[in-house]
Design a protein around this ligand. Structure first.
Ligand code: PLP
Length: 390
């Protein structure tokens, strides 16, 4: 099928929920992608943080294809090996006690929200401590509950009534947080680096204070690691960079390296919250997605984290010295750039010159594959800097 036909059929048959750029991807290798005309691009997006080890990764392909030829799906009433392998790896690398699988980041957050409500219902009575404090400018997903937890006005239209119980406060404002706490408060939900709203890392002191307060008051601390997790910020999970101990962690994106999978991690306090029937999903913990996850998580080690940090610092340093850059923020290979140009026009110009980058609010966002080569990184950075400087 040629690109023109693909676009025509997309227009005709796919609901218009994505404002797509005029480019189609046909294949890729590592962080180099090829469009329908054979033009190549350096990929600083990894499919919005999903393709942790880029395209056509040998270990990932082998894990997926081997699993496909064994069992492609089994219902959750039976045991499968990839599910327990991935759950064990996740617990070993995070200190979590148990895992509940899902199919996406939003669903992992739904699971965390349900777990927080159940924990509080069991301990304090149903309907008493159901509120979950969230941060302004957060993004937690597009299901109704996670949209409700997403404290950005632009998301709170059309779909009323939203799910109640998500009061929001400003990030890094501990007094504001304390003011929002009330007898109904059962949990706090936060991204430690607010991704969609511009790649803004939270202040360490604020996070530590919230953690301490939550521990004292038996308020659950939920960290949304859908975007920051699985090596992205130079550690297995970003909460490890902050030196905190959450009670629940949601993750997805890079976890499957390109296949849809999410997970909610349950720590000591929440380990036994759910029992039979409290949560579930037909596809969650699909053996192929879990085998993909095992191949990704196995390789998330200190050597890779050091590489991610080194590359991230290199990019940030280069961009800080670039004309027209007003600010650079981020952690590891999750980077936001504020320039004096509209972010979407930078993205468009990058595409023309052979580079994929993302936006996050008013900023340009970079989420390259964790194993991007030095050569790909240099090539992409050169294009980006030239466009920003022009
Ligand atoms: N939470 C965060 C922090 C995210 O960045 C995203 C997606 O961008 C989500 C949740 C939702 O994940 P998904 O799109 O997989 O449902």
């Amino acid at each position: 099928m040629d690109f023109h036909t693909v676009k025509q059929k997309d227009e005709q048959y796919i609901e218009h929920t994505y404002n797509r750029f005029q480019v189609g991807i046909q294949e890729g290798n590592g962080a180099t992608l090829t469009d329908f005309s054979g033009k190549t691009y350096i990929d600083f997006t990894s499919g919005i943080g999903v393709n942790a080890f880029g395209m056509n990764d040998e270990a990932w392909k082998t894990a997926v294809t081997e699993q496909i030829s064994k069992v492609q799906h089994a219902c959750n009433l039976y045991y499968t090996q990839p599910q327990v392998e991935l759950a064990e790896l996740l617990c070993q690398k995070s200190g979590a006690k148990k895992v509940c699988f899902s199919n996406s980041g939003a669903e992992a957050n739904e699971c965390a929200i349900k777990a927080a409500r159940k924990y509080n219902a069991d301990k304090y009575g149903d309907g008493n401590r159901y509120e979950i404090i969230v941060l302004n400018n957060s993004f937690h997903g597009r299901t109704l509950a996670t949209l409700s937890a997403t404290a950005q006005d632009s998301f709170h239209k059309y779909f009323t009534p939203f799910v109640e119980g998500f009061p929001s406060v400003d990030a890094d404002d501990f007094e504001g947080f304390l003011n929002a706490v009330n007898p109904k408060t059962g949990a706090v939900l936060m991204e430690l680096v607010q991704g969609e709203s511009g790649v803004r890392p939270l202040d360490k002191e604020f996070v530590k204070k919230v953690e301490k307060y939550c521990k004292e008051q038996d308020i659950l601390l939920i960290v949304d690691e859908v975007q920051t997790g699985n090596g992205r910020t130079g550690n297995m999970y970003c909460y490890q960079n902050y030196g905190i101990e959450p009670d629940l962690v949601s993750t997805a994106k890079g976890l499957g390296g390109g296949l849809p999978i999410g997970a909610c991690l349950f720590f000591e306090k929440t380990e036994f919250v759910f029992s039979y029937g409290d949560h579930g999903s037909t596809f969650a913990g699909n053996p192929v997605a879990c085998a993909a996850g095992v191949s990704v998580v196995k390789r998330l080690n200190q050597e890779l984290f050091d590489e991610v940090k080194r590359k991230g610092e290199y990019i940030i340093k280069a961009l800080k010295n670039t004309k027209n850059v007003l600010g650079v923020s981020g952690m590891g290979l999750m980077i936001g750039i504020q320039t004096n140009k509209p972010a979407r026009s930078v993205v468009q110009q990058c595409i023309e010159k052979g580079l994929f980058v993302l936006t996050a609010h008013d900023r340009v966002r970079l989420l390259p594959p964790l194993n991007i080569t030095e050569a790909e990184l240099e090539k992409g950075l050169k294009i980006l800097m030239e466009i920003i400087e022009a």
